[in-house]
Design a binder for this molecule. Structure first.
Ligand SMILES: [Zn+2]
Ligand SMILES: [Zn+2]
Length: 260
């Protein structure tokens, strides 16, 4: 049976993050880390009319998630959901009239989607991840976190599709070009997830329900797509999750459209 439930990554890396999700009724944009022009171009490449977007959700204020927000919100004139602290930390602009402050951890209804937000351990003022549910399907978007607390494991249970950060290989980070202070930041409990933490999450938490695991927000200095894929694939094989389709999001390219 064909479905109109679709998920598309427009970009996923420290150079820009943005994703699109629809259940066929409600159309959502998650993060605006690309310019308006590039965001609209990539949506159109995938056959999506940008004017159909009903709402924007923002995870946190880092520039790789909000660079295009002002221009995109002013053009679309649709609600922008984000935590109050995140809203306060952004440069004031005309797009603020569209802001709909939410509390981290709250459950929202946005059109036909129920949207659960959850706090992320990350060095931003009040960062959140999101789980979207509609028509019996569940999609999780979870990047920019330093470790995997039980509360997040709970929210990500039984996602049909999960976009999960697999930011760095610990060895590459240690010997790589970053100054020590930045290495410490990335490795900290408020930094970014390593390939090894993703592997452990697959072993401990993934279930047979998950059809698509997409590894995202890969570091271009401290990771290699083939390595992130191999580490996750080994864990998937050990768990015997034969139904799972594993994809590594190319940092600067849009993904295929995933149908659920
Ligand atoms: Zn980021
Ligand atoms: Zn961040």
């Amino acid at each position: 049976m064909s479905s109109s439930f679709r998920f598309l990554i427009l970009a996923s890396s420290s150079a820009g993050n943005s994703a699109y999700l629809t259940d066929g009724h409600t159309h959502l944009l998650v993060d605006c880390g690309l310019s308006r022009r590039e965001t609209f171009l990539r949506l159109q490449n995938a056959g999506v009319d940008p004017d159909c977007i009903d709402a924007i959700l923002i995870s946190h204020e880092h520039s790789d998630h909000v660079t295009g927000l002002g221009a995109i919100a002013k053009k679309l004139k649709k609600p922008v959901y984000l935590t109050q602290a995140t809203a306060n930390s952004l440069e004031p602009g005309a797009e603020q009239q569209y802001f709909q402050p939410i509390a981290a951890g709250s459950l929202l209804q946005i059109g036909t989607f129920s949207v659960q937000s959850f706090s992320l351990p990350h060095d931003a003022v009040d960062p959140v991840g999101y789980v979207f549910q509609s028509e019996g399907r569940k999609v999780g978007v979870c990047t920019d976190l330093g470790y995997m607390p039980d509360s997040i494991r709970f929210h990500l249970q039984d996602c049909d599709l999960l976009l999960l950060e697999s930011n760095h290989d610990l060895e590459m980070l240690k010997v790589g070009p970053y100054p020590w202070s930045l290495k410490q930041r990335v490795m900290s409990r408020r930094g970014h997830l390593s390939n090894d933490v993703v592997s452990q999450f697959i072993l401990d938490d993934l279930t047979l329900r998950t059809r698509h695991l997409i590894l995202g927000h890969l570091s271009e200095q401290n990771n290699v797509p083939a390595l992130a894929h191999m580490v996750a694939a080994q864990a998937i094989e050990r768990r015997g999750l034969g139904q799972l389709e594993l994809t590594v999001a190319e940092p600067r390219k849009q993904s295929v459209t995933f149908e659920l």
